[in-house]
Write a protein that binds this ligand. Structure first.
Ligand SMILES: Nc1ncnc2c1ncn2[C@@H]1O[C@H](COP(=O)(O)OP(=O)(O)OP(=O)(O)O)[C@@H](O)[C@H]1O
Ligand SMILES: [Mg+2]
Length: 385
């Protein structure tokens, strides 16, 4: 008995596009699904863009789904590309009919996080996303490592997670997360890259290797705005923002775009680091963002003898937390594997979750997700007018 078209479509329904996380059937990507005799089946899939880097992944998913049908012994998958019109329809559908455009406008964000014409989804009253701003006044204390590993640990708990690398000059998230493929654009909608279940966007994708970025304030503002409005984040549970060191322009822009941003201050245990970390808390207060907790990094190194060596002193995190009247959420050990994992895109929270540092990140994720869960529900349906 030949397999029917409907049977094939039903088998393909659970197959998701790896970037859009929607069924390829619902996205109208399946163009042909036909039994061609002798146990062979022909499937044609329309890709959003030519040269889609994930076509092999899609092929594999289609193969697996269709081969599960009884009587099917081989699958011939071929690809076509959506027309401009089809792509436009898809983009509209994904963005819930949001109007296209938004390029070339001159104005900055308004007080509600509205860039001219295009609202920042995370600034809307109905947004369910918790923006987590990972900051510190000082460079090199581990913001990017914390942002990456916390994102991975939250994703491992089943949350949908995005990460914005707001460190325009010193971007490092694509490398740390191992998300080094270039993002795909559907017209003016950018699809984030993804690794370890975390979606990522960074200026690093748009700068030729080895070239310095020299941008002035308004351009920084614009780049961040596009990261929040033109990227298809798909309403994640958490949007982590890896903040650049310091307390300048970017923090001010972000406070407008992410008025419900929760600030997490990363510090090392010595008093000097704490002093600068305090500045970033003062900055948060100035732009009306709330500091939710302190994360102490490089707290100790555990030797082979099992003893903890406090290489950078002790107590800085707890002291800062007490001063800001927020919890000290984590003390992260200094471990060479954390640095190595950051260099090769294999975050320790993903590849070694049971190690000392891996466990610390998973505990941090649990505290952020559960203990710090906001008790206000930002749902338009529940709004009393
Ligand atoms: N707990 C740790 N154990 C070992 N190495 C660490 C740890 N935390 C961070 N590192 C390493 O220290 C370096 C600086 O960390 P990271 O880039 O995360 O800091 P940062 O605050 O984002 O720096 P920048 O201000 O330059 O953006 C990196 O090489 C990172 O791998
Ligand atoms: Mg960094």
């Amino acid at each position: 008995m030949p397999v029917t078209h409907d049977q094939l479509v039903d088998a393909l329904r659970p197959v998701q596009d790896p970037e859009l996380h929607r069924s390829i059937v619902d996205l109208d990507m399946v163009r042909r699904a036909e039994d061609i005799g002798g146990g062979a089946v022909a499937i044609q899939v329309a890709l959003t863009v030519a040269g889609c880097p994930l076509r092999n992944e899609i092929r594999q998913r289609v193969d697996t789904a269709v081969l599960a049908l009884s009587g099917v012994t081989s699958v011939d998958v071929d690809f076509t590309v959506m027309t401009d019109e089809e792509r436009e329809t898809l983009r509209h559908r994904l963005q819930g009919g949001a109007p296209a455009g938004g390029h070339g406008h001159q104005h900055g964000a308004g007080p509600q996080g509205h860039a001219a014409g295009k609202p920042v989804p995370f600034a809307q009253p109905g947004s369910r996303t918790r923006p987590l701003l990972i900051s510190s006044g000082k460079g090199g204390v581990g913001k990017s490592s914390v942002a990456t590993n916390l994102a991975v640990a939250l994703a491992a708990r089943g949350h949908s997670v995005g990460i914005v690398d707001a460190d325009i000059y010193g971007f490092s998230i694509p490398r740390m997360l191992g998300a080094d493929r270039d993002p795909v654009a559907i017209d003016d909608m950018l699809l984030p890259t993804e690794a370890w279940g975390v979606r990522c966007i960074s200026i690093g994708y748009f700068v030729p290797d080895g070239q310095a970025v020299i941008w002035r304030g308004p351009m920084l503002h614009k780049a961040l705005e596009q990261f929040l409005t033109d990227v298809y984040w798909d309403d994640p549970d958490f949007l982590l923002v890896d903040m650049p060191p310091g307390t300048g322009d970017i923090a001010i822009s972000l406070s407008q775009y992410l008025p419900r941003g929760e600030v997490f201050v990363v510090t090392t245990p010595q008093p000097a680091a704490q002093k600068v970390a305090r500045l970033s808390a003062a900055m948060a207060a100035k732009v009306n963002l709330s500091v939710r907790g302190v994360i102490e990094n490089m707290s100790w190194f555990t030797g082979d003898d099992g003893r903890r060596y406090e290489l950078f002193g002790a107590g800085g995190g707890a002291e800062l937390a007490a001063e800001l009247d927020v919890p000290l959420l984590a003390q992260l050990p200094l471990v060479p594997a954390l640095r190595a994992g950051g260099d090769d895109g294999r975050p320790i929270a993903a590849v070694d979750p049971d190690s000392e540092a891996g466990r610390a990140f998973h505990e941090l994720a649990e505290r952020v997700a559960v203990e710090l869960r906001p008790n206000k529900v930002f749902s338009p349906a529940l709004k009393v007018v």
